[in-house]
Design a protein around this ligand. Structure first.
Ligand SMILES: *Cc1c(COP(=O)(O)O)cnc(C)c1O
Ligand code: SF4
Length: 340
């Protein structure tokens, strides 16, 4: 976890310009979040009445992400993704705790679902707790913060059909640079691995995670590096996220984005068009737009397939093909993500 940086006070003779202080630190309670809301002039009583103050999946929001909240109500597209809703307790048929059937593909920290690729669950930790996440029902209480990956690398070394290693989690950028370096070195030592893919939301919601050390690690590996970042709205891509993406680009990584289609967050053609354009401005191409995994507690984010398709048709009619994400769903047992 990142260290809390002491904040300078107004009138402090040694105060630095705010943009020189990396925004780190994390909000982990509703009270702390509501204090931040109050400090920004929001109606915290209205917010409190719209959220659950003892959620099963704990509230977690990096301070840096608070800067991207434009309108401190439960309807703000950024706040809506992190604010625990009373509707998370609704039991909805079809919404379960292992919606994508991962348990059956798990070999320790390794998930082998698709040909040629192996996904390493590097850690259970995330910088942000997204209320729609299919990992929200993971047992964080029993989970290791970060594991020993020896067995996973032995499995990859023994299977020459694997060409790509995907680092996922949790969020791999929550790991220390030393751990990340060990992982990259272990991957480099396996001759049949060609591509290293990093799936991260931290690069967007907690941009200070993208350090010079990380950029130099990625710049100097023999592996082809692809970073798949996770931004759901243009609103998340403010100056700090832009700077982190710039650093990743400068390391020669190819940058793609995956988003999740979420009711009340990005379920209009306008929101998707704005996201694609803002991604392009950051040197990132849209990759996937995922239909929500039916995880218990997230049903209030559902957008029906038919509406998603119509929405994407109007995106396709407005933008060049390279700015149109693929709308997909993850189905248990399928050999790849399923296009809709
Ligand atoms: C999504 C996923 C991948 C990667 O799939 P792509 O279509 O190549 O992006 C790999 N392994 C697992 C377990 C996945 O869920
Ligand atoms: S960062 Fe990714 S894995 Fe973590 S809670 Fe959000 S969606 Fe889930």
């Amino acid at each position: 976890m990142s260290a809390m940086i002491p904040r300078t006070l107004p009138g402090d003779a040694h105060a630095q310009a705010p943009q020189q202080v990396p925004r780190t630190g994390v909000i982990r309670s509703l009270d702390a979040l509501l204090r931040q809301a109050r400090a920004r002039g929001a109606d915290d009583a209205e917010l409190r009445s719209n959220c659950d103050d003892a959620p099963d999946f704990p509230l977690r929001v990096p301070l840096a992400l608070l800067d991207q909240i434009e309108n401190w109500t439960a309807d703000d597209p950024v706040l809506r993704q992190v604010l625990p809703s009373p509707r998370e307790h609704d039991a909805v048929p079809g919404y379960t705790t292992d919606p994508v059937g991962e348990a059956q593909h798990q070999d320790g920290a390794l998930l082998r679902k698709y040909t040629g690729r192996a996904l390493l669950v590097t850690t259970q930790a995330c910088d942000v707790h997204c209320r729609y996440c299919f990992r929200r029902s993971f047992d964080y209480g029993n989970a290791q913060e970060a594991g020993n990956y020896d067995a996973a690398f032995a499995s990859i070394a023994a299977d020459p059909s694997i060409h790509e290693l995907i680092l996922s989690g949790g969020d791999p950028l929550t790991l220390s640079l030393r751990r990340l370096r060990n992982i990259v070195e272990a991957a480099e030592a396996i001759a049949h691995l060609e591509t290293l893919r990093i799936h991260t939301r931290s690069a967007i919601v907690n941009p200070a995670r993208v350090t010079e050390g990380l950029a130099s690690l990625l710049a100097n590996t023999r592996l082809q590096v692809i970073c798949v970042v996770h931004a759901n709205t243009a609103q998340e891509l403010g100056p700090a996220a832009q700077a982190s993406l710039q650093k990743l680009r400068a390391s020669n990584a190819m940058l793609l984005n995956q988003a999740v289609l979420l009711a009340g967050v990005n379920d209009t053609a306008e929101a998707q068009i704005a996201l694609s354009k803002q991604l392009l401005a950051c040197g990132v191409l849209p990759y996937y737009l995922h239909q929500l995994d039916p995880v218990a507690g997230a049903a209030h984010f559902e957008v029906p397939d038919a509406r998603g398709r119509v929405m994407l048709e109007s995106v396709r009619a407005s933008l060049p093909g390279y700015l149109v994400p693929k709308l997909v769903r993850e189905l248990p047992g399928a050999s790849a993500k399923t296009p809709l």
